[in-house]
Write a protein that binds this ligand. Structure first.
Ligand SMILES: [Zn+2]
Length: 189
């Protein structure tokens, strides 16, 4: 294989191809990771209220962009029921726009504290771990029925930078750019 062949092969691979879905979200990105425990032993995310706001922003942006809806369990069933959806009759495990293997890229644009110079990257603990940012977005996309489950993402990249840093795909104000490639041609939208 020559160098030119290699370049042609990489251009045809999902990494070089245009994404099947691009979703832009505005809001304050929150990582999903650190779990606290109530005195009754129930686990919850330490940043629960702000995490919920961020996941809702991602969920709504995805649903508006793609026309999907959240799984609605039958009357009297628990919120997390796996049964048929009242709207479309699909079960929770099949309730996704994309059903096959996916490659995902989440570029997160964080709020830059005024004390931090524009040239600095977000390496403070308060900016959250990159993989925890991936989790909160992945969960929100599953809730929005972009996919049936986060486990469909087999390949991916998560990056966190300050908004306005001028890096590729980084937004001027806080939020995220989500790009998804369907690796299975059968599952392409
Ligand atoms: Zn449904």
């Amino acid at each position: 294989m020559t160098d030119l062949d290699l370049i042609a092969a990489s251009a045809a691979s999902p990494a070089g191809a245009a994404p099947h879905l691009t979703i832009t979200v505005h809001g304050d990105p929150e990582p999903q990771g650190a779990i606290s425990y109530s005195k009754h032993g129930r686990g919850y995310y330490s940043n629960d209220p702000t995490l919920k706001v961020w996941r809702e922003a991602v969920r709504n942006a995805a649903m508006v962009r793609l026309g999907t809806h959240q799984h609605v369990p039958g009357l009297g069933e628990k919120k997390k029921s796996a049964g048929p959806c009242l709207v479309c009759d699909r079960k929770k495990k099949d309730h996704g726009l994309l059903t096959g293997a996916l490659r995902a890229e989440f570029i997160v644009s964080l709020v830059r504290p005024k004390s931090v110079p524009v040239t600095r990257d977000p390496i403070t603990r308060s900016s959250g771990d990159w993989d925890h940012h991936g989790r909160s977005i992945g969960d929100a996309l599953t809730q929005a029925s972009v996919m049936c489950d986060d486990s469909q993402i087999v390949d991916g990249r998560v990056a966190k930078y300050y908004a306005g840093s001028g890096r590729p795909l980084v937004l001027d104000r806080p939020g995220a750019v989500i790009r998804i490639w369907a690796l299975d041609p059968q599952a392409v939208v």
